[in-house]
Write a protein that binds this ligand. Structure first.
Ligand SMILES: Nc1nc2c(ncn2[C@@H]2O[C@H](COP(=O)(O)OP(=O)(O)O)[C@@H](O)[C@H]2O)c(=O)[nH]1
Ligand SMILES: [Mg+2]
Length: 246
């Protein structure tokens, strides 16, 4: 519970995360303000779901494969007043949930940024290529949508208030790895108050499936850029048509 009786859910999208899932569930459950850890098992074949259950998580199976599909399911299934998205791969520090909550009473969506040098651990997968790429896509989004200062388009660790989620959840469409910017675009188009706060980023336990290779990173990055441009052009288009018909 946070503040005056607000419950807190943590959502983990999980695809073959047996190497770290138990520890991640225990670490996040050990944060006193966390009420629920929900693991969305995305067709894992390595026993991730059972291990998560044993560690005390609520587990749901999402059969539609994909990072975005797993996160969308988690957002729909979580019961908390505040919903925190994270990853069960050892990269995030459980107590950073409290950093997000510190802004949650005043803002609708609080996103982590992994760009603060002092908080990027030596083993973290955050070389210059990823850092510059994440920053550039975030800046594009900030500029085109008149957003707040954004510096990281790929940080899963983020919090959204339930009332804010209700405004965007039915509009989420991305099932793949470029899911995160859609959440931000929809939030900004809905007039929600969004902010970024620095969080820790550690080395991963197990194989990185999205940003582990430059090729997949480039693919995801270009899909993110396509999505941002597409939303911008569409919403300018509908505004223009709306203006003309008045
Ligand atoms: N790549 C991928 N990740 C998934 C999928 N479903 C759930 N996930 C989870 O999404 C998170 C992000 O993937 P990860 O390999 O850590 O990519 P990275 O954060 O870029 O290194 C992990 O917690 C995965 O277990 C899926 O279908 N594909
Ligand atoms: Mg990861």
């Amino acid at each position: 519970m946070w503040g005056d009786g607000k419950s807190v859910s943590v959502v983990f999208p999980a695809y073959n995360e047996a190497a770290n899932i138990e520890r991640a569930v225990r670490d996040f459950r050990a944060v006193p303000v966390v009420d629920e850890v929900l693991v969305v098992d995305n067709n894992s074949r390595d026993g991730t779901g059972d291990l998560a259950r044993v560690a005390g998580a609520r587990v749901v199976l999402e059969t539609k494969q994909g990072y975005g599909n797993a996160l969308q399911r988690g957002l729909r299934e979580a019961t908390g007043d505040y919903i925190v998205l994270a990853e069960p791969d050892g990269t995030f520090v459980a107590k950073d949930v409290v950093k997000l909550l510190a802004y949650a009473d005043e803002l609708d969506m609080v996103m982590g940024t992994r760009t603060t040098r002092e908080l990027i651990w030596d083993q973290a997968n955050m070389g210059w290529f990823l850092r510059v790429g994440n920053w550039a896509v975030a800046k594009l989004l900030q500029l085109l949508f008149d957003g707040p200062s954004l510096s990281d388009c790929g940080c899963t660790l983020r919090l959204i208030r339930r009332e804010a989620l209700d405004k965007i959840v039915d509009h989420l469409t991305v099932g793949g790895s470029h899911f995160l910017p859609e959440m931000v675009v929809l939030a900004l188009l809905a007039g929600l108050r969004v902010v970024e706060v620095p969080v820790n980023y550690r080395g991963r336990v197990g194989e990185s499936k999205i940003t582990g290779s430059r090729l997949t990173t480039l693919k995801v990055g270009s899909r993110m850029i396509g999505l941002i441009l597409d939303y911008r052009l569409k919403s300018w288009g509908s505004r223009w048509r709306g203006d003309r018909s008045q």
